[in-house]
Design a binder for this molecule. Structure first.
Ligand SMILES: O=P(O)(O)OC[C@@]1(O)O[C@H](CO)[C@@H](O)[C@@H]1O
Ligand SMILES: [Mn+2]
Length: 443
């Protein structure tokens, strides 16, 4: 009998323990995402292009008019492929990571003995593939080749959070300019928490709805400690404060633009100012990713936008200091292709050994957000009490910590009974970003 709908291919059950997260399990967040949320994301890009057509033609020339039609056609086809569970197809445009992506697709197909399908395979692979195909729709054009369909939302996420950003910015400036002795440990813990809770601001989970950070984050974070279900902040402090002879290099693997990026840069500023790091390497995405993830343009745009805030002089002052960190090499911004491949991080050593080896000298790798967490633990539905060190499956290039608000149904490192207790209070505790984990692996 013909399938009534794609969901007939799916299994009406929750994800079994130790199985990969996948839309094949109808009661999983993966299924809700692939069935309902990702089609909305594609539709929002199509709507954005339709609404902005004349403005885009003004900016990119008459030649872009036809390309807008071409991109909309491509995205409509992509949406249909997903909604009818068609096989995943290879990338066409010759971009720096296209061969890596096509190798991944071919190797996986060989292993499975069938093509990958939207409602059958690992959620991580499927979701990363969707965003890489959205990128491809622009990569196949000439005039709109570098256009970022999410940029306007990322920029609004900053301007909508200016009040909170000014509060945090003036607080940081007072700290770094005061002569009074400051409680170094307490300050670092406070800015680690600001960076952690900044991760709640993510357009992908909000479906593109405004996620401006409007409350006063300093007041907010002091009340949130009980929502941190795994709290390794003291271990993070010991790793930061260790007087090991090695170079004081810290890596921050970014997640979202806007308020979260600002909170990450405040943390980075404090770590340098307190002498806990003398070099900080930031890692961003090469292509538009999960709507709000940081690209190099977003990074420099935010620092420049701060310089333009004449009504918040603390921000323009910080902006000057941050530009000095960049020009002196204290801060560097890097964009490696690996972050926008589908692989979880246990594959990094094999797929990108240069990147893996570059981390060996790092004092601490700070991974921000939910997608990075899913890639650290391999998008596996681990028992919630599984050890973080086990879930990493050998990815240990340096001491690392994840600052993650929980927005996907995988969490490890909990105490026995803890998950059940939280679930009694909030049945959707795994997907709202209300709760968080700070899990640390020290070598
Ligand atoms: O990495 P982030 O920005 O914290 O979250 C990414 C995210 O919004 O996308 C996926 C669901 O679509 C989940 O991993 C998570 O909800
Ligand atoms: Mn993100």
């Amino acid at each position: 009998m013909a399938k009534a709908s794609v969901s007939d291919d799916c299994i009406d059950m929750v994800t079994p323990w130790n199985e990969y997260l996948s839309a094949k399990y109808k009661r999983s967040f993966a299924y809700h995402t692939v069935r309902n949320r990702l089609p909305v994301t594609v539709t929002q890009v199509i709507d954005h292009l339709s609404r902005s057509k004349e403005a885009l033609v003004q900016t990119y020339g008459e030649g872009s008019r036809e390309e807008i039609k071409q991109i909309i056609g491509y995205l409509s086809k992509l949406k249909n492929e997903m909604q009818t569970n068609k096989p995943l197809i290879s990338l066409e445009a010759n971009e720096v990571d296209a061969s890596d992506w096509n190798n991944f697709l071919n190797t996986t197909e060989e292993r499975l003995g069938r093509p990958l399908l939207w409602f059958a395979d690992v959620w991580l692979h499927i979701e990363c593939y969707l965003y890489r195909r959205i990128r491809e729709s622009f990569a196949l054009t000439k005039h709109l080749n570098q256009y970022d369909p999410f940029r306007h939302q990322k920029e609004e996420a900053f301007t909508g959070s200016l009040q909170a950003i000014s509060v945090v910015g003036s607080y940081l400036l007072k700290l770094i300019e005061s002569d009074a002795k400051i409680d170094t440990e307490q300050c670092v813990l406070q800015f680690l928490k600001l960076s952690l809770w900044g991760n709640r601001c993510d357009l992908s989970i909000s479906g593109g709805k405004d996620i401006s950070q409007v409350e006063n984050p300093l007041d907010m974070i002091s009340t949130l400690d009980e929502l941190i279900l795994v709290n390794d902040l003291q271990k993070v402090w010991s790793a930061l404060n260790s007087t090991s002879s090695g170079p004081k290099i810290i890596d921050i693997i970014f997640d979202n633009s806007g308020y979260e990026l600002f909170s990450d840069l405040c943390l980075a500023h404090l770590l340098v100012k307190l002498g806990l790091a003398n070099k900080i390497r930031f890692h961003g995405k090469r292509v538009p990713w999960f709507i709000s993830d940081v690209m190099e343009h977003d990074f420099h745009w935010l620092i420049q936008e701060m310089a333009n805030q004449t009504r918040a002089p603390c921000l323009s002052k910080l902006s000057t200091m941050w530009k000095d960190f960049l020009s002196s090499g204290t801060w560097t911004y890097l964009t490696e292709s690996f972050w926008t491949l589908p692989y979880s991080y246990d594959a990094m050593k094999q797929i990108d050994p240069e990147l893996y080896n570059s981390f060996e000298g790092s004092k601490l790798l700070i991974f921000k957000g939910d997608l990075n967490y899913r890639k650290l633990v391999g998008d596996v539905f681990w028992p919630h009490t599984e050890k973080f060190s086990v879930a990493l499956r050998g990815f240990e290039p340096a001491p690392l910590v994840t600052l993650r608000t929980i927005k996907a149904d995988v969490v490890v490192g909990l105490q026995p009974g803890q998950a059940e207790k939280v679930a009694q209070k909030d049945t959707d505790w795994l997907v709202t970003g209300k709760y968080a984990v700070v899990s640390c692996l020290v070598k």
